[in-house]
Design a protein around this ligand. Structure first.
Ligand SMILES: Nc1ncnc2c1ncn2[C@@H]1O[C@H](COP(=O)(O)OP(=O)(O)OP(=O)(O)O)[C@@H](O)[C@H]1O
Ligand SMILES: [Mg+2]
Length: 455
């Protein structure tokens, strides 16, 4: 088995908001990704989801957990649905939402993440045939919900704890866009000043740096990195916009109480049938299960009785009661992904009393996410200004991460740097590849240092 250092294999782990992957860098510079089995074949990206289910075995009730593709498969097959938990990385900055109760047992966010990380480690150990105790792990420049460096440090420490709970002895963190830069660098035969844009589920991250064989040969210095920037919005935010503009109105977010609609001299204040915070929870599909409480059920039933369009509130009640967050999210992602390669796409979500069908044009979708696109533009421009680099000085732009498929995101870069300078690729694995390359570099330099000290 390839190994560069006595501490073990050089492993990179990208624990993503939506997808995770693991790579091993061999001594010759080759990188191997871990493959995960699914019902439809092997995949190199492991969904960062956890499904907890209550099972009765020999008269005792047990809580069983499944992760990755298996989590979704078990969830869909289950007659009595348990809890499907996703986007856990987005909770790491929260000082209030530190955990959740599932079937009467309290789990911290670190506990939940460590279940996923343990399974990732075991899969890698199986494939590489050796124990894995150390890894180079990615972190976004700015975590979802972070307002300060202190918030990011807090999130990194919690992520470290989750790795330690998952059986790792030590982890080294690297910025995710810098890792993607190392993956891109391995394709180069000359040095370049590159801008990396990594657009994931939770975060959009940027790094501006010098890379290439010459940089590697002379050894990287701090001066090679001109700057990083990032913001806590990406694919999940786009999904939330689709819910707000398309799904929530079909579930009564624009509906009012009947008394208001019928009054001849309409009152000054408009009373929505259902309070807005309920729809806000709908926008983050993984929050939907938080709505399955007696209190919300009462609010919705009384809203239905008073609503001008009770059938819409009925559909909302069905969504909450049946806990259809996953199915809703799938429908939202489908239309978003279709719009990455079609000018218009059909949104379709059917279940029981609910039947939402709508045609969405790409231009309409781009209007919905316009604020997010502006935030991304501002972040990129601010990085160039802070680094004192003009757009024409950047040799290449490398875009990666699932959300880089969105044409409007690519356009931001094509208009600033010209399409000929923009490269894309390895959307779901470049961060893990680069992390493994980084791990191998550090291992090699440690080995060299050890050699010089005669260790
Ligand atoms: N074809 C596509 N068009 C638009 N969006 C897509 C497409 N394919 C995937 N996505 C989106 O990409 C996101 C996942 O990307 P990725 O796996 O890079 O994120 P991640 O690494 O898990 O998240 P993060 O880096 O923020 O922690 C999801 O929001 C998904 O909906
Ligand atoms: Mg990512």
């Amino acid at each position: 088995m390839p190994s560069t250092h006595s501490s073990g294999p050089s492993i990179g782990i990208d624990f993503g908001t939506t997808n995770s992957s693991i790579a091993l860098a061999g001594p010759g510079g080759g990188v191997e990704l871990v493959s995960f089995p699914t019902a439809t074949g092997l995949t190199e990206s492991f969904r960062s989801v956890l499904y907890l289910e209550q099972r009765k075995q020999a008269g005792r009730t047990q809580i069983k957990g499944f992760t990755g593709p298996g989590a979704i498969e078990h969830y869909l097959q289950a007659e009595h649905k348990g809890r499907l938990i996703q986007s856990l990385k987005s909770y790491l900055t929260s000082r209030t939402l530190t955990g959740t109760e599932v079937f009467g047992r309290r789990y911290t966010v670190e506990d939940l993440i460590s279940r996923i990380l343990t399974d990732l480690r075991l899969s890698a150990e199986r494939q590489f045939g050796q124990p894995i105790r150390h890894a180079t792990v990615g972190r976004p420049v700015r975590f979802v919900g972070a307002d300060s460096v202190a918030d990011d440090d807090f999130a990194v420490e919690r992520l470290r704890q989750a790795f330690l709970h998952a059986g790792f002895e030590s982890v080294m963190f690297e910025m995710e866009p810098i890792a993607a830069a190392y993956a891109y660098e391995s394709t180069l035969d000359h040095d370049e000043l590159i801008l990396i844009g990594d657009f994931g589920g939770g975060t959009s991250d940027f790094s501006l740096l010098h890379v290439g064989p010459g940089v590697r040969a002379r050894g990287r210095t701090e001066k090679d990195l001109l700057g990083n920037s990032g913001l806590g919005l990406a694919g999940d935010s786009f999904d939330a916009r689709i819910v707000r503009k398309l799904v929530s109105p079909a579930l009564g977010s624009d509906s009012f109480e009947r008394s208001y609609a019928q009054a001849a001299d309409r009152p000054a204040s408009i009373i929505p049938a259902v309070p807005a915070w309920i729809y806000a929870n709908l926008e983050r599909w993984h929050y939907l299960s938080f709505l399955k409480t007696r209190n919300v059920a009462e609010i919705l039933k009384s809203a239905r009785a008073r609503a001008q369009e009770p059938e819409k509130i009925e559909a909302l009640i069905n969504l909450v009661e049946e806990d259809l967050g996953y199915q809703l999210h799938q429908a939202v992602q489908r239309v978003k992904m279709d719009l990455s390669h079609e000018e218009s796409a059909e949104f379709r979500f059917r279940d029981g009393s609910m039947d939402i069908v709508a045609t969405v044009s790409r231009a309409e979708f781009e209007g919905w996410i316009a604020d997010d696109l502006h935030s991304i533009e501002r972040c990129v421009d601010a990085l160039l200004v802070a680094s004192n680099v003009a757009a024409h000085e950047v040799d290449r732009v490398f875009l990666t991460g699932g959300t880089s498929f969105v044409p409007a995101v690519r356009r931001i870069f094509e208009s600033r740097f010209s399409a000929s300078r923009v490269r894309t690729g390895n959307e779901f694995t470049s961060v893990a590849r680069g992390l493994a390359v980084r791990a191998a570099e550090v291992d090699a330099s440690k080995a060299e240092a050890g050699l010089f000290r005669g260790v």
